[in-house]
Design a protein around this ligand. Structure first.
Ligand code: CDP
Ligand code: CDP
Length: 222
């Protein structure tokens, strides 16, 4: 198969990162988690106490921050400078601030540039919100992965519970719906299906079935 460039976009909890990792392992591609980059920058903003309404301060931080992804077999380690933030970026505190930070044009300019550079050799799967529309408008295959809010919230609820968290299903569903709303309605690069993306609704599919659907599409394009 030719080394493709694959874009997977969609709302929170659709299964983008799990499916992307599964596929990347299976075909030997590099998985690039762009959401982790926005989360890492948000972690840095919170750590430094930067006021996100202060554009100058946000720009100063985005110009100097060093965000690195280290893809491993089934995990992508994330670093801000020398500090590993792989777990720290998954906290509710980061989740509740990330959409506001990701709405800032100055932040997106820098992270999109990094993402384009990481993807340029091909053989990559990127997941996020604006991959098919902005980061990789010429991707060989674009998937818009989605599922009902109820099934996405249930998945996240099980994930949180398995890690010993106590957040309720209702709180998780509300937080997912709020993030979907902000991500879809922001001015810069909103979450939107690219015209040439294939919609995959996996409300009733498990991870393996979802991966198989995408693998079938990859074979058609490769
Ligand atoms: O994994 P989950 O769907 O919860 O979120 P994520 O992929 O880690 O992304 C976290 C947040 O980063 C999203 O809610 C968006 O606000 C932002 N994001 C973005 O704006 N553009 C991307 N390409 C990826 C993420
Ligand atoms: O990256 P994104 O926010 O789109 O979703 P994810 O973090 O990959 O998936 C959220 C959770 O849903 C994970 O625990 C997945 O294992 C689970 N999931 C599932 O059970 N069935 C699916 N078809 C897709 C995801």
């Amino acid at each position: 198969m030719k080394k493709l460039t694959i874009a997977i976009d969609g709302p929170a909890g659709a299964g983008k990162s799990s499916v992307a990792k599964l596929l990347a392992n299976k075909v030997g591609y590099l998985y690039i988690d762009t959401g982790a980059m926005y989360r890492a920058f948000t972690w840095a903003v919170l750590e430094k106490g930067v006021d996100i309404s202060d554009e100058g301060a946000v720009k100063a931080l985005v110009d100097t921050v060093d965000i690195r992804l280290e893809p491993m077999a089934d995990l992508c380690r994330v670093y801000v400078g020398d500090t590993e933030v792989t777990d720290a970026i998954r906290t509710q505190r980061v989740s509740s601030h990330v959409s506001s930070v990701a709405a800032l044009a100055v932040v997106r300019q820098k992270l999109v540039k990094l993402q384009k550079a990481m993807a340029k050799e091909g053989g990559v799967i990127l997941d996020g919100r604006d991959i098919g529309t902005v980061v990789l408008p010429d991707a060989d295959l674009k998937i818009f992965l989605t599922a009902s809010v109820a099934s996405r919230a249930q998945r996240r609820y099980l994930e949180v519970k398995a890690k010993g968290g106590t957040e309720s299903y209702d709180a998780i569903a509300a937080s997912i719906a709020a993030r979907d709303d902000m991500d879809s309605h922001r001015q810069v690069s909103p979450l939107k299906k690219a015209d040439d993306a294939v919609v995959v609704d996996n409300s009733d599919l498990d991870l393996q079935q979802t991966a198989d659907v995408i693998l079938g599409l990859m074979k058609e394009r490769g």
